[in-house]
Design a binder for this molecule. Structure first.
Ligand SMILES: [Zn+2]
Length: 163
């Protein structure tokens, strides 16, 4: 993705108040972000472990989502596998991320939840620039195919949040 300024990031959030977007803490190592290797910028604020952030170009529009980090207990499904990049993790490296939906739906408490890499480094996992702690199932896909799959899954998730 193209490099973004802090101002662009703060201005693009669609599922939180303007005040919250203004106050949110940007990634600490901002100057070290390798934008060219990212399909989306995802980060956690160590001071606010219950919150995560995701910013992605989505259908020509920069779109930022606030995610609430949910409780893993009691949820079924494929919770060892990231829904975006399909990396498998032990449960400590995986979190249930819940996005309030944009607009009136979100104000009424509607959310979209999914299991994602806890560090939101999906872009680096699919490019093999970061190794997950766990040995991965054998896969014969190319880097390009894994990137395309990540972008598709990301697109579908953002669509569910904003529409
Ligand atoms: Zn992932």
């Amino acid at each position: 993705m193209e490099p973004l300024t802090p101002e662009e990031i703060r201005a693009c959030f669609v599922n939180c108040s303007k005040g919250e977007a203004k106050r949110l803490r940007l990634p600490t190592a901002y100057d070290a972000i390798r934008w060219a290797d990212l399909d989306f910028l995802g980060w956690r604020d160590p001071a606010a472990p219950g919150t995560a952030h995701l910013v992605a170009p989505w259908r020509g529009q920069l779109t930022g989502l606030v995610l609430r980090v949910g409780n893993r207990a009691g949820h079924g499904g494929r919770k060892n596998m990231c829904a975006f990049c399909l990396t498998t993790h032990s449960s400590s490296d995986m979190d249930l991320m819940v996005a309030p939906r944009a607009g009136a739906a979100g104000r009424n408490g509607n959310t979209v939840g999914t299991y994602l890499c806890a560090d939101l480094a999906c872009s680096l996992y699919v490019r093999r620039l970061k190794r997950p702690a766990r040995v991965q199932p054998e896969e014969t896909t190319t880097t390009e195919a894994r990137i395309a799959r990540l972008q598709e899954n990301l697109d579908a998730f953002v669509r569910r949040v904003v529409s």
